[in-house]
Design a protein. Sequence first.
Length: 361
Amino acid sequence: MASASRAATPLLKDELDIVIPTIRNLDFLEMWRPFFQPYHLIIVQDGDPSKTIRVPEGFDYELYNRNDINRMLGPKASCISFKDSACRCFGYMVSKKKYIYTIDDDCFVAKDPSGKDINALEQHIKNLLSPSTPFFFNTLYDPYRDGADFVRGYPFSLREGVPTAVSHGLWLNIPDYDAPTQLVKPLERNKRYVDAILTIPKGTLFPMCGMNLAFDRELIGPAMYFGLMGDGQPIGRYDDMWAGWCTKVITDHLGLGVKTGLPYIWHSKASNPFVNLKKEYNGIFWQEELIPFFQSVSLPKDATTVQKCYLELAKQVRAKLGKVDGYFNKLADSMVTWIEAWDELNPPKGGVATANGPPKK
Ligand SMILES: O=c1ccn([C@@H]2O[C@H](COP(=O)(O)OP(=O)(O)O[C@H]3O[C@@H](CO)[C@H](O)[C@H]3O)[C@@H](O)[C@H]2O)c(=O)[nH]1
Ligand SMILES: [Mn+2]
């Protein structure tokens, strides 16, 4: 029996990496120190690699800048976005852990209605370690939470649930609105704390936000490509959306679950809506074609791994979205490059990674 004085080992301490994309000093970590300090951080520095990013003392981290990405991936680095938070997916690729938590550097510790600091990481871990129920909706929300269960009429044959691949958290204060909504509602703040966790039903897409997101890297990691965004691209701020749509059709196909709801973080900064509008406008237009595409995607029975599903998806993107805009041909190519790079850095157990090793600190 561990003595009361010895703190319990944090959940998944050696099985989870925290991935942070950044263009700024990481002072925000001070607020997260009680929750994050035991975990390893993977910092993906975007923008000018000659800039020094300050990381508070006492954190265990590896930091990758654009020079590291280019050195490690060579020509395949072309699939990793530059000057967009989409660069974070490089951290997913280089991690060696089973779980990932990714958070933006303008997200802080929120308080629950009782005034207690929310350990968002702990809640995501609980979400990932408990099953999902995508095949039949439980009206009393997450049946695996303390104080809840399956309601009358819920088939017993489905109560075991399925493995959870993704845990999608929410945000108090500045909500994740698109630029037009931010422009018409500049003062709107999300003050509503909803104490619920829902499995997103099979066959339903959702707008995945990368600000406060956790996932099982071994179950769904290769699908978490955040696309070609930012510098040199006709679209931005649809990185997490693209990843979420690809992820959801693949989790549906593989019988895995996606949850949304708790935990909340406190999002402190709304970026400039006019700048965001310039980045988003193609996405706002194209998504009216993208959503019907993803809703109609059918993956073959022999697509039994995430990589096989993803490569099939890339084929369908080229065939059906290439006519929407030439960008989607480039994106389809990058989807293939991403999988090639992923498999190079993550060979099957017993294989040898072929990248050029971790960065100098
Ligand atoms: O070129 C860049 C810009 C930013 N980052 C890092 O990415 C995250 C998000 O940056 P920021 O908080 O400034 O961006 P938001 O406008 O709030 O949007 C984010 O929230 C989601 C959409 O609402 C999505 O996650 C982001 O688009 C920070 O950590 C920045 O440091 C970057 O790496 N490169
Ligand atoms: Mn932000």
